[in-house]
Structures are given as structure tokens and as C-alpha cells.
Write a protein that binds this ligand. Structure first.
Ligand code: ATR
Length: 283
């Protein structure tokens, strides 16, 4: 069995990423030798970086903002998931060939079912945002058989583009703006509410998505922001008696799937979570 791996993550900026700590913690536990490097690649350098990747000795990469879509054109192969989503978060480099995959949807749905204890079938789901993360989340919601999905975004047309890709599923999809007069009622009647926007992230002026005052007990509220770990949205949801899921879960589960694709090994989810939590507490 192979015991040494050279992996990494490509994005811009990249210094904030928890992926290096996460994968190194997993490697330590599983006993493999791992080099996992953050590669800060601005857009103008992407072509040169990707052109050399196949021969670089790197076995795989995670891909993060802003390259999830632009790296697609460099792939020799795409998984069904990456092809359908139009975005990549994991590259596997083997024998000079690059395969693009996407584990974000898996990370999201595993968080909801495994950690949130919620089954998506026939549920009403409300998603804030229509960026790259929302693309994966909304597809996973429809794939898992949700009854209804409301996508609410500041730029409504972007939510419409996501909805247009979900036509093959039975889920009834509705698109609204964040200023819609339907917002409060849609949040109130949802079973599961997910924030995929940057609202609530440290340094972002907006602290909580609009309409969230109507959250109540019986609902599951998930934020994909993990810095801070308890966002103002999650704090409010807890105060209202709702169940909550923090943003580390999706990060960890998508990473677990990528780790398995690269190494063939199981990822020690609970140990990695403890490691990340202790790191966040120190900051
Ligand atoms: P990611 O890949 O993490 O999803 P992204 O593609 O840049 O990142 O998407 C960011 C999302 O957060 C978008 O839905 C964005 O709304 P717009 O499509 O209107 O830009 C949303 N977002 C970011 N800052 C926001 C803010 N201050 N208020 C409302 N929505 C915001």
C-alpha cells in the first residue's frame, strides 16, 4: 500500500484555509506520510500552474475560491458529480492525467443526515445564497428528494441559474430575492434552513441573513460559515430552540471524501473535528 502522498489546495487567497491542518491531522492518525501544501495561485498564474500539474509529482489537490469553475477546462476526465455541478473541489492526478471531482454535495448531505439527524426526503428546505457552495448544496438537496426548495439570494438571477439546473428532479424549486415579501413566510415554513452566503463571517458587515427572526423550534439550521464557529445566525437559532449545525461539519465531510479519493483510507472525522475545534478556540 502506498504510504507517502503529496497533496495540497489551490485558491486565492489561501492563507485562511483549514484544509492543511485538517488533512495533516488525518494523515497523522492513519499513519501515512503526507505533504499538504497551500498553493496561492492568482487567476493570471492559473494556466501555468495547471499546465505543469500532471508532471509535478503532486498526487491531488483541493480547489477553492475562486478556481472551482475555471480549473474544469484542464481536466482529462470529470466525475458525474463534477460534470453535473459544473464545478470541481478535488483533483486526482495519476499517471499524468487529471480527474476532477466534487465532494461538496457529499459533505453537505452527510452533515445533515449524520450530524443533524435529518432525512431530506419530502422536506421543505430554504437556502440563502447562490454562489459556488449553494450550487453543491441545492443539487444535493434535490438529489436527496426534498419536497420543496426555496433559494434566496441578493442577486436573484444567480438563484435562477441554479434552479434551472435542477429541472430533472421532483423537488419544487422557488427563487426569491433577499428583499422579497415572501421571505419571512418561506423561512417560517421551512424544515431545514441553510446559510451559504458570507453573511455572519468575521469581517463581513452583515451579521445575520434577513428573515431569520421567524426561525422557531422544530427547525434545523445550518451555517456553512465556520469563522466564527457560532455565527449570529446559529446563536439566534439556538435561542429560538432550533437545532443547529456549524460550518465545520461540511468542511470535514467534504475533506473526508477527498482524502478517501486520494489515499483510499478512511478519514478520522471525530479526531479531526477535535483538532480543528481546539485550533479555533486558540484564535
Ligand atoms: P462560495 O463559493 O463560498 O459560495 P461565492 O460564489 O462568492 O462564494 O458566493 C457568495 C454568496 O454570498 C453569494 O450568494 C452572494 O450573493 P450575490 O450572488 O448577490 O453576490 C452572497 N453574499 C456575499 N456577501 C453578501 C452580503 N453582504 N449580503 C448578501 N449576500 C451576500
Amino acid at each position: 500500500m502506498k504510504k507517502e502522498f503529496s497533496l495540497g489546495i489551490i485558491g486565492h487567497p489561501i492563507s485562511h484555509s483549514l484544509s492543511p491542518v485538517m488533512h495533516k491531522a488525518a494523515a497523522e492518525h492513519t499513519g501515512i506520510k503526507l505533504r499538504y501544501e497551500p498553493y496561492d495561485v492568482p487567476h493570471r498564474e492559473l494556466d501555468r500552474f495547471m499546465g505543469k500539474l500532471g508532471q509535478s509529482g503532486i498526487g491531488g489537490l483541493n480547489v477553492t475560491v475562486p478556481h472551482k469553475v475555471s480549473v474544469m477546462e484542464y481536466m482529462d476526465e470529470l466525475s458525474d458529480e463534477a460534470g453535473a455541478m459544473g464545478a470541481i473541489n478535488t483533483i486526482i492526478c495519476k499517471d499524468g492525467r487529471l480527474t476532477g471531482d466534487n465532494t461538496d454535495g457529499y459533505g453537505f448531505i452527510t452533515s445533515i443526515t449524520h450530524n443533524g439527524g435529518e432525512d431530506m426526503a419530502n422536506k421543505k428546505v430554504f437556502v440563502y445564497g447562490a454562489g459556488g457552495a449553494a450550487r453543491a448544496v441545492c443539487r444535493a438537496v434535490a438529489q436527496a428528494g426534498a419536497g420543496g426548495l426555496v433559494i434566496a439570494n441578493r442577486t436573484e438571477t444567480k438563484a435562477g441559474e441554479i434552479a434551472a439546473r435542477l429541472g430533472n428532479y421532483d423537488t419544487k424549486v422557488e427563487v426569491i430575492g433577499l428583499d422579497s415579501n415572501k421571505l419571512v413566510d418561506s423561512v417560517r415554513s421551512a424544515d431545514i434552513i441553510i446559510n451559504t452566503t458570507s453573511i455572519g463571517m468575521a469581517g463581513v458587515a452583515e451579521k445575520r441573513p434577513p428573515g431569520t427572526e421567524s426561525i422557531s423550534d422544530g427547525q434545523l439550521v445550518m451555517d456553512i460559515v465556520y469563522s466564527p464557529l457560532e455565527t449570529p445566525l446559529l446563536k439566534l437559532a439556538k435561542a429560538k430552540g432550533a437545532r443547529t449545525l456549524d460550518g465545520l461539519w461540511m468542511l470535514i465531510h467534504q475533506g473526508a471524501r477527498s482524502f478517501k479519493l486520494w489515499t483510499g483510507l478512511e478519514f478520522p472525522v471525530d479526531i479531526v473535528r477535535e483538532k480543528l475545534l481546539s485550533g479555533l478556540k486558540k484564535n
